[in-house]
Design a protein. Structure first.
Length: 299
């Protein structure tokens, strides 16, 4: 990973993060006092209602150009591997009954820049490692704390969708997701999601199938967001089916994904890591030997 220990210490200081976040509008550093408590309350209500909350211009508008340029410079190092996937990201040869949504193949054309390619002085890295930001995120999701992933590749990454490609319907492996749009597409590239379409107790395969089939029956589940660069998105993606629609025009869509966990030491699976980044490290192989499932869902 780029940068030095000294740079990381500076990145987590309140003064540094206040240069990045519009703290007049989003007083994250003062949590749990005053206006910060009101902000967290608003976020929690939106998450309870639709499973998603967007905070516009969370990154100061004066930094939008830098945010875009830094991530655009990183984009060429993304791992591209267009492949046919299913909504659960399980083996395409898995034995599933006829009509099962896991039998529907979709082309995944998005790409990812891994954390070890992102310098520590970049805006998205400064946000990710900020203890004030982490405390705010934890409060928004009603958690005592969140932890950076111990995964050297997927803790922080940049999602790149080039024109003509999309990030098809899927569920996240983590219960909550935090992301930041850094560059929007000329056309398309819309974030679409189906809040709470499944739960830890029920897969609701018929509803998922309806969304994948399109048409009016599936459309009733779909919400759409008009995200702008600098907007922070907090999302319950484990139980909400979601996608980024096909990107049009000439401009790539870039978004930073801040992956946190309720418990420390989390490392991604070998298969998923290889799928997203085209490589695995010793940390992934070691974690595979001590993996523990947190629910009984298909993925």
């Amino acid at each position: 990973m780029g940068g030095t220990a000294a740079a990381n210490v500076k990145a987590t200081s309140p003064s540094a993060i206040e240069d990045v976040i519009d703290t007049d509008r989003y007083p994250v550093c003062s949590w749990p006092d005053g206006a910060a408590g009101e902000l967290v309350g608003d976020v929690r209500r939106q998450l309870a209602d639709t499973g998603c909350c967007v905070l516009p211009d969370f990154v100061r508008p004066s930094l939008h150009a830098r945010l875009r340029d830094e991530c655009a410079t990183l984009a060429p190092s993304a791992h591209y591997d267009a492949e046919t996937v299913n909504v659960y990201n399980i083996d395409a040869d898995a034995e599933l009954p006829p009509g099962h949504p896991g039998r529907v193949g979709m082309l995944r054309g998005n790409a990812f820049v891994a954390r070890d390619r992102i310098p520590s002085d970049h805006v998205i890295h400064r946000l990710y490692v900020s203890t004030a930001f982490q405390s705010f995120v934890a409060a928004c999701f009603g958690l005592p704390a969140v932890h950076e992933l111990a995964d050297p590749l997927s803790g922080l990454c940049l999602n790149v969708v080039v024109p003509g490609q999309e990030h098809p319907w899927h569920f996240d492996t983590n219960e909550f997701t935090v992301s930041l749009l850094t560059q929007g597409a000329d056309a398309g590239g819309v974030f679409e999601y189906c809040p709470g379409i499944r739960s830890a107790e029920a897969e609701n395969f018929d509803d998922v199938s309806a969304v994948l089939a399109g048409g009016t029956e599936g459309e009733r589940f779909v919400h759409r967001l008009d995200l702008r660069p600098g907007d922070l998105q907090l999302f319950l993606g484990r139980y909400s089916l979601h996608r980024v629609s096909r990107v049009g025009g000439a401009t790539q869509r870039h978004s930073a994904i801040f992956a946190y966990s309720e418990r420390p030491g989390v490392v991604g699976s070998v298969s998923r890591t290889r799928q997203l980044f085209g490589r695995v490290l010793p940390e992934h192989l070691a974690a595979a030997r001590r993996a523990v499932r947190v629910d009984g869902l298909l993925d």
